[in-house]
Design a protein around this ligand. Structure first.
Ligand code: MLT
Length: 265
């Protein structure tokens, strides 16, 4: 399904499960699409209203000019909640999905009932990270999306995932390669320009679960520990055998932690 935001951007989404059940919105990472949450949708849509969507510049949503800010991705999330008449939702975001989630709860706390923060961080990009984003923009513009995907896949998956779970790697490869160079470059710039949400962490008053792959090199354990320290009453679980794509690399451990948390709400 799709809808148009007040900014005129077409956002593709799926809305499954009982409409009266608590809503869980899943926010995908960069530069994937909502298909990364297929297993969670199947698992939860008997008991929850499960909403997934493609961020602008990703999947089936509009590329919309290719100039983005995380703030605008939060606008899209709020527009989606308004469109679906969801007053409050449980937000579950991985990596960039977590950056959007953290800014959304800072800006619109009244729309959030609980948080699941996966393989993400509150800190903004360091200078070094910004320079790396520029290298990514160069790669995608000069060499194309498949060349960008190749390097990116090596950074996000644990080395053993390539042999133990090649389906997860090919699913994400397909998702990355289906995105446009314009969408990827624009999102890299929005990641480099994002705000730091660290100072707002103590204001988070909703139940929060933090999940991180034990081998995550992009948003390492220390980043999750900082979230755990900053968010009062939060819980944290380390997903063994996973790197950055914890829900795909160790689905059993990820889903157990997620469902156990959701049952407590
Ligand atoms: C993601 O998975 O969303 C990205 O790796 C986030 C990032 O590069 O900061």
């Amino acid at each position: 399904m799709e809808f148009k935001t007040p900014q005129g951007i077409r956002i593709a989404y799926r809305d499954q499960g009982p409409q009266t059940a608590p809503a869980v919105v899943f926010l995908h990472g960069f530069p994937f699409n909502q298909s990364m949450w297929d297993a969670e949708r199947s698992l939860l849509s008997k008991d929850f209203r499960v909403i997934t969507y493609d961020h602008r510049g990703h999947g089936q949503s509009d590329v919309a000019g290719g100039q983005y800010l995380i703030e605008l991705l939060v606008d899209d999330l709020i527009a989606l909640l308004d469109h679906l008449k969801v007053q409050k939702a449980i937000l579950c975001g991985l990596s960039m999905g977590g950056y959007v989630t953290l800014r959304a709860v800072e800006r619109n706390p009244e729309r959030v009932s609980a948080l699941v923060l996966c393989d993400t961080r509150a800190e903004a990009d360091s200078n070094e990270a910004k320079v790396k984003r520029a290298a990514g923009v160069r790669t995608v513009k000069e060499k194309g999306v498949p060349a960008f995907a190749e390097g990116f896949l090596k950074a996000i998956f644990a080395p053993e995932t390539f042999s133990k779970n090649p389906e997860a790697v090919s699913k994400i490869k397909k998702a990355i390669e289906a995105n446009s160079a314009e969408g990827i470059a624009g999102t890299l710039i929005s990641l480099a320009a994002r705000t730091d949400t660290t100072a707002a962490l103590p204001n988070i008053k909703v139940p929060t679960l933090i999940l991180v792959g034990a081998k995550d090199a992009i948003t390492p354990l220390a980043a999750s520990e900082a979230l755990h320290k900053g968010i009062p009453g939060s819980q944290m679980e380390i997903i063994p055998g996973a790197a950055h794509m914890s829900n795909l690399e160790n689905p059993a451990a990820f889903q157990k932690a997620l469902t156990t948390f959701l049952k407590t709400l």
